[in-house]
Design a protein around this ligand. Structure first.
Ligand code: E4P
Length: 218
């Protein structure tokens, strides 16, 4: 049961790490753009900083979509730090690249997974992680959780080592359901992680304990 944070924001990454529950980080080009990180040098430096904050796996996504381009970027990214996992899109060239990178000992996260068939191909190519996008499936009136369950079951049938990384998490319930169904990892925004803390009875109970504690003061 591993928690990754899904952001490129250093402050949020540090906050989640300081909580003591963080196992890794995922990013994507949209999250890097949101932090206004521009240019290959700045992007690579940003990944280096993230890897220095978090010792666990840090997914860094390639921008290329052709085989040679994916390999070139993946090798550069993998050189940044030992805990980099190269994120590769679920396309034909991506699957070929994942097979090559796996053979070279470079770990990968196959992203943009929306079907069990895609997850099967990614596992066969040797991906370290597959990232099914729950929230985006929910947005299309399908249940993203059905996909998590399906992939978990298929991988279990064959003892497939590829880990199921539930992505596109939008709320705390997505986290709970993903773990309930056997996802190995959940990557989520900080708000969703902190949302797990909340329960009104905890707040009511704590207020009562604090009020009673006052009564015990000499
Ligand atoms: C994670 O690896 C994905 O990039 C991310 O979870 C996508 O989330 P979104 O659908 O909220 O953009």
């Amino acid at each position: 049961m591993k928690f990754f944070i899904d952001t490129a924001n250093l402050h949020q990454i540090q906050q989640a790490y300081d909580l003591g529950i963080l196992d890794g980080v995922t990013t994507n080009p949209s999250l890097m753009a949101k932090e206004n990180i521009k240019g290959e040098k700045a992007i690579y430096q940003h990944y280096k900083t993230i890897c220095e904050i978090v010792p666990g796996d840090v997914s860094a996504e390639v921008f290329a979509t052709d085989y040679e381009g994916i390999i070139r970027e993946a090798e550069l990214l993998a050189d940044i730090a030992d805990n980099i996992v190269v994120k590769v899109p679920m396309i034909k060239e991506g699957i070929r690249a994942i097979r090559y990178l796996t053979n070279q000992g470079i770990r990968t996260n196959c992203t943009l997974i929306f079907s069990a068939g895609q997850a099967i191909l990614a596992a066969k190519a040797g991906a370290t992680y597959v990232s099914p996008f729950i929230g985006r499936i929910d947005d299309t009136n399908w249940d993203g959780m059905d996909l998590i369950e399906q992939i978990v079951n298929i991988y279990a049938n064959y003892g497939t080592p590829t880990e199921v990384l539930a992505a596109s998490i939008r709320n705390p319930l997505h986290i709970i359901r993903s773990f309930e169904l056997g996802a190995d990892v959940v990557t989520c925004p900080l708000d969703s992680i902190l949302g797990l803390l909340k329960h009104p009875l905890t707040d009511i109970g704590l207020s009562k304990f604090l009020a009673d504690a006052e009564k015990t003061k000499a």
